[in-house]
Design a protein around this ligand. Sequence first.
Ligand code: SF4
Length: 329
Amino acid sequence: MPWKGIRDPYKIWLSEIILQQTRVEQGLDYYNRFIKRFPTVHDLAQVNDNEVFKMWEGLGYYTRCRNLIKTAKEISLERGGIFPQSVEGLLSLKGVGAYTAAAIGSFAFGLPLAVVDGNVIRVLSRVFGITDPIDQANGKKMLELLAGELIDKLDPASYNQAIMDFGATVCKPKNPICETCPLRKQCYALKHNAQTNFPIKAKKKKPIERFFYYLLLEHQGSQLVRKRIENGIWKDLFEFVLRETDEPAEEKELSKLSFWGIKHRLTKEDIIELSSPLIHQLTHQRIHCRILHVQLHDKINHPSHVWKSRSQLKKLAFPRLITRYLNQD
Ligand code: SF4
């Protein structure tokens, strides 16, 4: 990983924010692009927010992107480009929780803070046989305390890197290499032949089902869009005219603009397509979506949406669900 072994707090912070809730393989590409475009925190702080959102497009969890922008501005404009060097200072930054503070603090400044990522959780819960679910308050607290006790205070960076690498290469989720593991004598999970039972997680809640119907109105390459301002998913991203319903809508309703509260008659020729059902899975929600794509002869006005030309649309960030639809063959 390009960020491995580095001590630059900006690069560590950037990589950690990108990797929150994102697989390394996916995040790596984004990290490289961000570092190339914004080599320093000042470069990131100076650009228009829309450009950052556009670069973030596809990564999801856009609160991270909002926090990234806010913290970059704070570090650049209020702190002269210098990251805080204490755990309290790091935790005061927007979007920086215990994990990210520990990563920046230990790798950049040598603070004795334990990084507790998925690999570390797996190792500790197996070796010590932690039976409290690790995704609930008690289990989390126990792991944090344990990790804090185990950290090598003289060289926290090497310790953190070593235990994360150990989890990634030896104490793997599947097929851990127990035969030659240096911790085999004290490992609770091995002793009870229960390696894959750890870490123990609470039962998952059922995701909320939501039904999104988008109306994509197009006129000579321009499209009618708006920026989502409500708190919740996709805040600050752009979208077409949306109607959300509690239940799946009937297909015949979706060929009329009145479904979206628009008084305008369509002919069959105006309709480019009604997409087949699209499903977008988020952590706690499942979005069921269909998109009616319409080509209008004349622009219509809409109280909350604006027309954007082809070149303007290219600069706007949309939810992945929409970009996937737009980029399909
Ligand atoms: S003995 Fe197996 S399960 Fe236990 S720490 Fe080593 S690799 Fe992990």
